[in-house]
Ligand binder design. Structure first.
Ligand code: V0V
Length: 139
């Protein structure tokens, strides 16, 4: 069961330039930045001041062979993923596998701020790369 829309992920070429653009254009504030070597990204979570709702996640590639670099080459900058917050990512993955959807990883991997994440293949989710996020606080 999905608890909330956690974030929308946007692929960008230059993280610092994008953080500045979102701040000066829309007034969104970066609340967290992080490098995730395994995922090949530098990322930032942005929110409207005082809003605890869904975040905008800016994703910039660390390496040419990363998922974000490939996305940028194919599609250019833009929305790359939609992330749903779940209470138990293992249970959510099992439930979706039972419905015949392909999960990208056999076991969840580490996401933002110590969360546990997995992804539904976009071809099994209406053309949308869906991320499932179990926040770290649950563990
Ligand atoms: C590829 N396709 C997409 C897509 N990426 N469709 C919608 N949204 C996307 N982001 C389409 C692509 O156009 C092809 O369609 C088809 O899927 C298969 O493409 P492919 O060339 O076989 O696959 P790749 O090599 O492009 O890989 C796609 C996947 C890859 C989704 C498998 O991006 C991946 O492993 N993603 C999961 C990891 C990730 O995204 N990490 C970065 C965020 P046609 O042409 O066949 O019709 S890290 C993160 O979010 C963190 C840390 C966090 O939130 O905590």
């Amino acid at each position: 069961t999905v608890l909330a829309i956690d974030h929308v992920g946007i692929a960008v070429a230059d993280l610092d330039a994008a953080i500045e653009w979102y701040a000066s254009t829309f007034g969104l504030v970066a609340t967290h930045t992080e490098t995730n070597e395994e995922q090949g990204v530098r990322e930032a979570m942005l929110s409207a001041p005082g809003d605890a709702g869904a975040a905008v996640q800016l994703l910039a590639p660390l390496r040419e062979d990363s998922a974000i670099a490939k996305f940028l080459h194919r599609s250019g900058p833009g929305i790359q993923q939609l992330a749903y917050r779940v209470a138990d990512v293992d249970a959510s993955c099992e439930a979706l596998r039972a419905k015949g959807l392909r999960l990208l990883y056999d076991e969840p991997r580490r996401g933002t701020a110590g969360s546990r994440i997995n992804f539904v293949h976009p071809k099994d989710a209406g053309g949308v790369l869906v991320e499932l996020v179990e926040p770290a606080a649950n563990h």
